[in-house]
Design a binder for this molecule. Structure first.
Ligand code: GDP
Length: 451
């Protein structure tokens, strides 16, 4: 266990509530517990206790829970003081803990200690924050799966498979004359491909998790009066944007977060994109461009009766070329005849009526599909992931690809070994487990080379 000082913090949100919790963790909490509660509470038993201040006066009365090390969240001694949930009483209780020898905890410090004491790996520690920050129930469930170790286990399986492969390659390097039994070098290429496919699979799941965590940033663009605000209202099913007949009303960017199949979708309704001399509208345009620069996806809204116009093509010309675009032909309630001017080269097209809701469900589905979401039965098999996890998996995939291209060439075995080492390092960074290279130990333990 990492030797550490005593930290304390109010663990419940600020404000008033039925119960408030002050949490304390440290190497040894016996004397602190004695000062606060007057006696050493029995381990892991909810005990009614008075909470005392520095002078021994009663501040509050509540439940105390004492978890002696190592059987606690942090792996250290942990004390939980559950008092009445008012800000004044919580602050008094915290002050009392500080006077008794604790210091104020840094953000995330309890979980950091849990990681340092091997209670959680890095990916699990991150998922603790993701559960708390989850904006949809699907995201919360997904983060919980990561906390329970699903993601870490998938990564560990990959690392294990890689370790075995490295063992074979490095053994052939070190002892080229030896006949390494069970090495099966012939299928090196096959095993490499297998691991590559597994990395790809985990990456796909992690990308889905990343979508659940980060959400999709969607920007609505289009000429004034085509129905952008109406469509945003329809999507949010609430009256959130001003809808008028006067072109240029939506001067500011309006942001809404909606949930589609559990995925958070951040929608920005923009001020449109057009030449204007109006100073306020110019600011709106600048905000539009800023929103576009951060978007994952653009909805270009057009009037289905007009189809795509020169102005729309002007808007298209202003959009970054690598951004996915969905052309949304609106107001089909006014002209039910099939729309005339599709532009397949621009992106997929959807026909809707913001007024009646016709086609909006299809738009929702297309929006998620274009953002890369694959429908799952209750999100099974999706790992909550962060950008750094995606980078690590992508890097590992690239190193494995290099390794595969070297696999056929005998003389390149040392280069191949290096690519495998880098792939393993990338993967291990996800769980934070990459430490000294103990590969030699692996080799010795599995091969009989002492003869
Ligand atoms: P924006 O300037 O692009 O945000 O357009 P608005 O949402 O303010 O809509 C402009 C006008 O078109 C309003 O009068 C809306 O009621 C109307 N409108 C928007 N969508 C539809 C639609 O699907 N059908 C019909 N009939 N009218 C619509």
């Amino acid at each position: 266990m990492v030797n550490s000082d005593i930290i304390a913090a109010i663990a419940t949100p600020p404000g008033r509530g039925g119960i408030g919790v002050v949490r304390v963790s440290g190497g040894s909490l016996g004397s602190l517990a004695l000062k606060i509660t007057g006696s050493l509470p029995p381990p892991r038993q909810a005990t009614l206790s008075k909470f005392l201040d520095e002078a021994g006066l009663v501040i509050d009365q509540g439940i105390v829970l004492y978890f002696p090390a190592p059987y606690s969240y942090t792996g250290e001694d942990v004390l939980e003081l559950q008092g009445h949930g008012g800000p004044a009483v919580m602050n008094l209780l915290l002050s009392s803990c500080l006077s008794a020898g604790a210091r104020l905890a840094q953000p995330g410090e309890f979980t950091l200690r849990a990681f340092l004491n091997n209670k959680l790996d890095l990916a699990q520690a991150e998922s603790v924050a993701d559960i708390i920050d989850a904006s949809t129930s699907e995201a919360a469930r997904c983060a919980m799966r990561s906390l329970q170790g699903d993601f870490s286990n998938a990564v560990r399986n990959l690392v294990e498979a890689l370790t075995t492969l490295r063992m074979l390659v490095e053994a052939s390097l070190d002892f080229p004359e030896e006949e390494i039994e069970s090495a099966g070098q012939g299928d090196l290429q096959g095993r490499l491909e297998e691991i590559r496919a597994q990395v790809e699979h985990v990456l796909t799941s992690a990308m889905q998790g990343s979508l659940l965590r980060e959400g999709v940033r969607v920007v609505l663009v289009g000429q004034p009066n085509v129905g952008k605000s109406s469509l945003l209202n329809r999507l949010t099913r609430e009256e959130t944007a001003i809808v008028t007949e006067i072109p240029g009303t939506t001067r500011d960017a309006i942001r809404e977060t909606i949930e589609i199949e559990g995925v958070p979708v951040h929608v920005v309704d923009t001020a449109g994109l057009r030449d204007t001399q109006d100073a306020v509208e110019k600011i709106g345009m600048a905000r539009t461009r800023e929103a576009i620069s951060k978007a994952n996806l653009i909805l270009l809204i057009m009037d289905s009766r007009r189809g795509i116009t020169a102005e729309d093509r002007g808007i298209l010309g202003e959009l970054p070329s690598n951004l996915p675009i969905i052309c949304v032909y609106n107001k089909i309630d006014l002209e039910p005849a099939p729309p005339h001017t599709e532009v397949p080269e621009v992106g997929s097209a959807v026909y809707v009526s913001a007024k009646t809701g016709l086609g909006v469900e299809e738009l929702r589905k297309k929006l998620l599909g274009t953002a890369g979401w694959q429908p799952h039965a209750s999100g099974e098999g999706i790992f909550m992931a962060r950008q750094r996890h995606l980078y690590a998996l992508t890097d590992a995939g690239a190193y494995l690809k290099n390794a595969a291209s070297l696999a056929g060439q005998e003389v390149q075995l040392d280069l191949l070994a290096e690519e495998l080492r880098l792939a393993q390092k990338s993967l291990s960074s996800i769980t934070g487990e990459f430490s000294a290279d103990d590969l030699l130990g692996e080799i010795f333990s599995r091969f009989c080379i002492g003869k």
